[in-house]
Each structure stands twice: as C-alpha cells, then as structure tokens.
Design a binder for this molecule. Structure first.
Ligand code: ADP
Ligand code: MG
Length: 402
C-alpha cells in the first residue's frame, strides 16, 4: 500500500469552491493509486462561522475550564472532516471521517498544548485497506482516559506529519493559500518568489521565527524522521515547495543565493539594565527571570550594562522583578525581530554589511543583532517592518530566479 497524507489548512476549506479544489487534489492522488489520509483544519479564520476563533468567541475567553475549551475547539475540525467526507462520497470517492481520538492519536492531558504520545494506526489502516479515504481531524487527539485534547495553534500540520510517519507515508502534502514557501510573506513583499526546494533547517528557522506557512514542530518531526513534505497551493496547479534533507537525491538546489528567505516576529521589548559591574546582581537577576519562566532573547553583556529582549506577554512579570531594585533600567517597546535566513551565509563575508546598507538606506536603526550558522537577526522598530523586509528582499535579489 503506498500511502500519502494530504493536509488542508483552514483557508483551503473555507467555502464550497475551495473545498471542490481540495476534492480535485485528493482525486488526483487517488487516480495515481495512493491510499489517502486527509487531515483537515477548521474552516477559515476569525469571523468565518466554524473557525477555531469563532468557536472560542462563544465562551468567556478567560474561562479556566480548559477541558471544555478543548472540547469546543475540537468541533471546528470535526465539522470540516464531516463536510469534506460528505463531498468525497458524493463524488463517488469512498471516505470515512475520524476524530483525532478515533484515528488513534493518543496525547498527554495538557489541554490546549497536548503532546502526542503515540498513534495507534489500526483503524486508519483498516479503512485504507477497504479502499476508503480516511479523513482525520487535525489539531486534536485523545488522552488514554478518552478526554479530547488540542495540540496548539498550527497543530494540524503536526497531526499530518505524525500520521505520515506512523503510517509510513511516502509524502506529506500541506495544501494552503499560497504557492509554497516563499522568500517572504507575500502579504508583505508583492514579488516574493516560491522556493522550489528548501532543507528542513532553513524551513524550521523560518517557521520558528514567524512565517505561518507551516508549524515549526511539524518541520522538526519531519526532519528527525526524514519525512518529505510538499507545500502547495490548493487552488493553483503549481509544483510548490519540496522540503527535504539537502543530502537527499531529490534535493535540487535551484538557488545559489546566500539568503533564502526573510521573516519577522513582532511584540518584542528591549530591556537595558545598567549593572555597574555587579556580577552578583546580574546572576541574581538572571536567576529570578528564569524562575519566573521568562524566556530572554538577543542578549548582549557589556561591562556597564546588559541588553536583552523579551516577548510583550512577559513584560508585566519582568517589571515585577525589576521593581524596587536599586539599579536603573530602560524599556523600549513596539519592536520586531527580523530574521534573515540562508544556510549558505556561513563564512560568507559582507552579509552584515549588505543588511546594514539596506536598512540604513531606508533610515531604519538596527537596535540589536545576533547570528547563527543559518540566520542573522536584527531588532528594529515595528513600524518599519514592511519597509525593512522589502529593502532586504531587494538587496539580496530574492525576487529573481537564478
Ligand atoms: P493554512 O490555513 O493553510 O494553515 P496559514 O495561514 O497557517 O494557512 O499559512 C499560510 C500563510 O502563511 C500565507 O497566507 C502567508 O501569508 C503566510 N506566510 C508568511 N510567511 C510566508 C512565507 N515565507 N511563505 C509562504 N507563506 C508565508
Ligand atoms: Mg497553518
């Protein structure tokens, strides 16, 4: 049995016309002789009737009843699965809908961010063996005690990759509303280009640093298992982006560029603490920050100060720590972290110079930087994000296919 997993995101299921395109995608693989597992997200986004956010709007958002919240959120995918299954059956494609629990996806009991412990594939395999398409709700599973859990936002990507792995699928296809992984978010850069092949490490970084197109956890799982992923547009016949290991034979590097893609994360806050060389004080402060569960980023130590960033969500907790301390500090809000990603930049001179040239050319201050083998991060004022990404895209000629 050659198996393929096809995941359809919320934007691909939002109306009948889109769902018909999804059916075409499934039919195409069905005709190729694949046994098919379809993974679905909830239909659409906030404002669309059955999207996850619209369901959550039905109850008090501060509700502490996390079990009920998960139960409610799981309904969006159930509706998608039933509607798509109905359409498949009407198109003479025999299909059965399964909840995550019915599909054997067993998780821990951490509501809203459950981890998948294992998948018992018996029921899905039986369904496929009967020549039927299995339509599985993404984003959710079930505990051993039969409680329904959800996996966190973007969790359907994770469901698809985990099912692909458990079933020994040849490929996991992620269908979405863009042509694949692009050099930047097309909502920001109008001439962003589709990257034909990307390696797991680059895509992981891109996803982790803000590109929504796939969840980082799904990329991480696929990387560990060498599971091939194809990211494609549901409504457009385009080859999309193949995600694989650069050592695989099907990895064709169509791109010699030093920089592959750009992304960003907003809601960053920069804190400068004037430490006046007190190492004890710094140690104590760092310990308190860690104990409060605050994750710090982009940290630089100087003799007379330390500078770091935190997410806006953690600012109140941090302020409590800093209160009543006898040292000075400064807080700058409304910042964003740009990520300039490319696995060929390592050891390549002049990359930072070009980044500075592009940003300074737009009169954008760089407030802090950091780098790794695959990424350079620059902290800037959020109001300049679109300008900065467009300037960098142009500087590194990411729109040009070479
Ligand atoms: P889905 O509903 O299919 O899960 P998402 O909204 O989660 O779709 O992800 C697709 C969106 O990701 C696109 O509409 C696009 O705006 C955004 N995006 C951000 N960065 C990128 C990128 N580098 N490449 C492709 N899409 C991106
Ligand atoms: Mg998504």
């Amino acid at each position: 049995m050659k198996i393929i997993v096809q995941k359809f995101g919320g934007s691909s299921l939002v109306d009948k016309e889109k769902r018909e395109h999804a059916i075409d995608r499934i039919l195409q693989r069905y005709k190729e002789g694949y046994s098919i597992v379809v993974v679905v997200s909830a239909m659409g986004r906030r404002g669309d009737n059955y999207s996850t956010d619209s369901l959550l709007d039905l109850i008090n958002e501060d509700s502490k009843d996390l079990r009920s919240k998960d139960l409610l959120m799981s309904c969006g995918e159930v509706i998608s699965a039933v509607v798509l299954t109905n359409m498949l059956n009407e198109s003479k494609l025999p299909a059965t809908a399964f909840t995550g629990g019915q599909a054997g996806i067993i998780t821990d009991a951490c509501y809203s961010k459950a981890e998948v412990l294992y998948i018992n594939t018996n029921r899905i395999v039986k369904c496929l063996q009967k020549g039927r398409i299995a339509v599985v709700t993404g984003f959710q599973g079930m505990t051993k005690d039969r409680e329904i859990t959800t996996l966190g936002r973007g969790g359907s990507d994770t469901s698809a990759v985990l099912l692909g792995e458990a079933l020994g699928s040849e490929l996991v296809e992620i269908y979405t509303d863009v042509d694949g992984v692009l050099t930047a978010d097309p909502k920001i850069v109008s001439d962003a280009r589709v990257i034909r092949t990307i390696c797991y490490n680059e895509l992981y970084q891109l996803a982790e640093d803000g590109a929504k197109v796939i969840h980082p956890k799904a990329v991480e799982i696929a990387r560990n298992k060498n599971m091939r992923i194809l990211i494609r547009n549901t409504v457009k016949d385009d080859v999309g982006t193949l995600v694989t290991n650069s050592l695989n034979s099907d990895y064709y590097s169509d791109d010699k560029k030093i920089i592959s893609a750009l992304t960003h994360k907003s809601n960053k806050v920069q804190i400068t603490i004037f430490t006046e060389q007190s190492k004890d004080m710094v140690n104590k402060l760092m310990k308190e920050i860690a104990q409060e569960g605050i994750s710090i980023d982009l940290i630089n130590f100087f003799i007379e100060k330390i500078i770091f960033t935190v997410c806006l969500d953690d600012l109140e907790k941090l302020k409590k720590i800093l209160k009543n301390k006898d040292y000075k500090y400064n807080i700058v809000s409304n910042l964003s972290k740009l990520s300039i990603i490319g696995h060929r930049m390592c050891g390549e001179p002049g990359v930072m110079q070009r980044i500075a040239k592009a940003l300074y050319g737009e009169k954008i201050d760089i407030l802090q930087t950091s780098d790794s083998h695959t990424t350079i991060w620059c902290l800037i004022d959020t109001k300049y994000v679109n300008k900065a990404i467009n300037a960098l895209h142009k500087e590194f000629e990411l729109n040009i296919d070479d």
